[in-house]
Write a protein that binds this ligand. Structure first.
Ligand code: ADP
Length: 588
């Protein structure tokens, strides 16, 4: 495995998707229990005093192995004993009286196969429903990049054949547990899902997901599994509702009803009729306006299908991930007419976060744990990052993080502007991101080369779940300057970790972040909001946040405590999904 040595003189931190950690170096010197004990026994009032005196903080926190940029293994690549981040499952959740069986069919699941928020949502919603007494399984492709040791009780469940392009492909179904959630992993004996990453392998992605959608139904059919709900996500599993209603429910599956969640309308699963044929459907039958045709291609040669549109038409219920995004999607974009036609079954349910996975009080990846009543561990996390990345750690300097896929949607020009603005205005910034587009990746590499030598900015072009926890914990502010954002999780995770959000007012960001200076609803105030997509609008919000941080330290401490106590958990919103499930379930 590649070992990344980080030094100030080799400033561009680059890596592919982090995989197993080959080295076992504990982040703190003692075991988790010892460490918690040591932290709990520490005199926090003296730590409070020490907050602005880093040398003293260092002396007090004797059990922290402070990292350095010259470490042979960077701190975020050290081995953790588990990726099952948190064994502390809440036990006092009231059970629902009429349990359902839900099977999610998805391309992502956190943390084993996560690229963005889709993975988080599937895991968080599944856990919330399990805790309420429902039976939940998650079906996903057995990507070659999934680390087998991240799956507990992994075992071969069945071997069967599933149709694709004139052949029956031998397929293995494995069962296991990921963070206590039952999974069924589908592994075809062909080239699909092979490669180093979840997406971007050297196979045809659309065809692989067409295969996967059918293989999940085929597995249910051969094993006689009839859940109440099959919950599909995004275009990748958009063929499943078509396959279910036009094929499998004429075979032996009758009971399931289908829910589709649209996490992002940008990707709509463009599909040629011949490609749809490959999963056994007659593609020409779907090329009509009331089925799956991509309206924009009508009259073109050839016309195209959209798997997402087909799924909107064929699912019993359609959900998108925030009320504001629901309104936005009804007003703009070519899918608006399909959504308006299906308005009765279209719901906007705000995503939650999985507070078991995202818990600063117990997550294993942090050098110090903390909670809303005592945030001293957060100061340790901040200095840990600063030292480990070679940032200055003297004085009271606001540290902003931006953890994001580096794609146009996320406001790339604004992220770049923030880097230079923060550097010039007495702050620090860490960007953690990966760009699927090589041109964007190169631009950010150039920026990393320019800035990573200094003491204020770090641009880390990689994916690392562990590092993301450390960044949310060590930051004072988390920046999400998206051009559009269906829901956004980074602002909610940031708040849970006591990092104050700075966001553009769009989609789910508008539903979850309310400006500190908005006098009309001071009780809701929890961050800094700007509206324009121009650089000046962002600068204004950053300047206001820095002013609060530097000039109003008591108000700042209060807002940190306040955002940590906001309940953005799935426990709050899962009931809305369960209402949707119950509204369409049938009893046999
Ligand atoms: P999207 O789904 O559009 O990517 P969300 O805000 O809904 O955006 O979810 C993003 C999720 O992916 C968050 O959990 C965020 O922490 C995580 N994430 C994004 N980029 C990275 C990265 N480079 N390394 C680790 N986690 C990342």
């Amino acid at each position: 495995m590649e070992v990344m040595s980080v030094s100030v003189s080799s400033p561009v931190f680059r890596a592919s998707h982090t995989k197993a950690f080959d080295y076992c170096v504990p982040i703190r010197k003692k075991t988790v229990i010892d460490r918690k004990f040591v932290f709990n026994c520490m005199n926090y009032s003296s730590l409070e005093v020490a907050a602005d005196k880093p040398e003293l903080l260092t002396n007090l926190v004797k059990d922290v192995d402070w990292p350095s940029p010259t470490d042979e293994i960077p701190f975020w690549k050290r081995k953790f004993h588990t990726r099952d981040v948190n064994p502390e499952i809440p036990v006092n959740i009231e059970k629902d009286s009429d349990p359902l069986h839900v099977i999610h069919v998805t391309a992502e699941m956190a943390p084993i196969a996560k690229v963005g928020g889709l993975g988080d949502v599937v895991t968080g919603l599944a856990r919330a429903c399990l805790l309420r007494g429902h039976k939940v399984d998650i079906m996903l492709p057995f990507y070659e990049c999934i680390q087998k040791d991240d799956i507990q009780e992994l075992s071969l469940l069945s071997t069967y054949s599933s149709y694709f392009d004139g052949n029956w492909i031998q397929t293995n179904a494995y069962s296991g547990l990921v963070s206590d959630i039952p999974v069924i992993l589908i592994e075809p004996m062909n080239q699909f899902f092979k490669g180093e990453d979840v997406y971007g392998g050297s196979y045809n992605e659309l065809e692989a997901y067409l295969f996967f959608s059918r293989a999940c139904l085929e597995w249910m059919q051969v094993t006689g599994t009839q859940p109440d709900i099959i919950h599909v996500h995004e275009w990748q599993t958009g063929a499943l509702p078509l396959l279910y209603w036009d094929m499998y429910c004429h075979l032996s599956l009758h009971k399931p009803r289908i829910v589709l969640t649209i996490h992002n309308m940008e990707h709509y699963g463009e599909c040629r009729q011949e490609q749809l044929n490959k999963c056994g459907l007659d593609g020409s039958l779907y090329a009509t306006i009331d089925k799956a045709i991509d309206d924009r291609t009508i009259g073109h040669n050839p016309e195209r299908l959209s798997l997402l549109k087909g799924a909107i038409v064929y699912s019993n219920s359609v959900v998108t991930v925030s009320p504001t995004y629901l309104q936005e999607t009804l007003c703009s974009g070519w899918l608006a007419s399909a959504l308006i036609t299906n308005r009765d079954k279209y719901h906007g349910i705000l995503n939650g976060i999985d507070t078991v996975m995202w818990n600063p009080a117990s997550v294993a990846f942090l050098p110090a744990n903390y909670h809303a009543q005592n945030t001293d561990g957060k100061k340790v996390c901040k200095q840990y990052l600063q030292r480990g990345l070679g940032l200055a750690f003297e004085g009271r300097v606001p540290l902003v993080v931006c953890i994001s896929r580096l794609v146009a949607q996320k406001g790339l020009h604004l992220i770049k502007h923030a880097i230079s603005h923060i550097g010039k205005h007495g702050g620090q910034m860490i960007v953690l991101g990966k760009a699927p587009d090589g041109r964007v990746q190169s631009e950010f590499e150039a920026l990393a080369n320019l800035h990573n030598k200094g003491s204020t900015i770090r641009i880390l072009l990689m994916y690392s779940e562990e590092l993301s926890h450390m960044l949310y914990a060590g930051a004072d502010m988390v920046l999400i300057p998206s051009i559009y954002e269906p829901c956004g999780l980074a602002q909610m995770i940031g708040m849970r970790y006591g990092s104050v959000p700075i966001v553009r007012k769009t989609g789910g960001l508008a539903d979850t972040v309310f400006d500190m200076d908005d006098q009309s609803q001071p009780e809701m105030a929890n961050g800094f909001v700007f509206e324009g997509t121009d650089e000046a609008s962002l600068s204004g919000a950053l300047d206001r946040a820095f002013f609060y941080y530097k000039e109003k330290p008591i108000e700042w401490a209060n807002i940190v405590q306040k955002v940590m106590q906001i309940d953005n958990s799935w426990n709050k919103t899962a009931s809305k999904y369960i209402d949707v499930y119950n509204s369409i379930r049938v009893r046999w």
